[in-house]
Write a protein that binds this ligand. Sequence first.
Ligand SMILES: O=C(O)CCC(=O)C(=O)O
Length: 259
Amino acid sequence: MSLSDLECEALDHKGFVVLPGFMGPALIASIRARIEELFAEEGEQAGSEFKQEEGSRRLANLVDKGSVFREVIMEPVVLAYVDHVLGHEYKLSSLNARSADPETSVTQPLHADMAALPDGRGFWVCNTVWMLDDFSEENGAIRCVPGSHEWGKLPRDAMNDPVAHHPHEVLVTGEAGTVIVMNAHLWHGGMQNKTAHPRLALHAFYVRRDKPQQQYQKRLLRPEVQKECGEELRWLLALDDPINDKLSANPEVRSGFLK
Ligand SMILES: O=C(O)CCC(=O)C(=O)O
């Protein structure tokens, strides 16, 4: 799968690329339906395998919770972008959903996912945001600071107030069905949703294979789900990878990456 020069340029220099019309209406409807079922089933517990967040509803560990999610994380075009950022040796770190509450006062602080800074080998986190609602100026679209993935600093260390407006931030809006591929060292965050409707997205998050998974898939996936996974999916989830077991099974090692 070869990417256009323009897209590579965007990923390399701005730190993100926007893919409009990536999901069709049937896929959007089927993901949304499963997510709504899960919110209803999980109630107050929703998101607790990873985190709960004021001003939004979250779900975690989604690979375990529906075959449609297992299809999403294997999408070959999206994986080609992930490969561009991380190189060939990557794995899924987690699959979560986030629905920004209507009329919330909460704006996320600018952050890099897992508080990750590039290391001697380069970039090691890449996130993909699947818009399941339109992202508008009013309903809590994501803001990003282009180029910040190369600054080698975290917003919480470089800014007095990471919730505040950054002079170089841009808002990434788009119609439902759009996917954003983001070098997750990029400074970014969800904005306040000022509308009367929730704003839903799926986050398929990938990490280089020499780092821990945010959610240790081998422990979280039920045996019956693991049994159904083919070779490619097992590789992506690192189900048969003793190095990943060492990296991701130990909560103390992992907690350093979860901030
Ligand atoms: O608005 C979104 O869905 C992205 C939120 C985000 O960056 C995060 O939860 O880390």
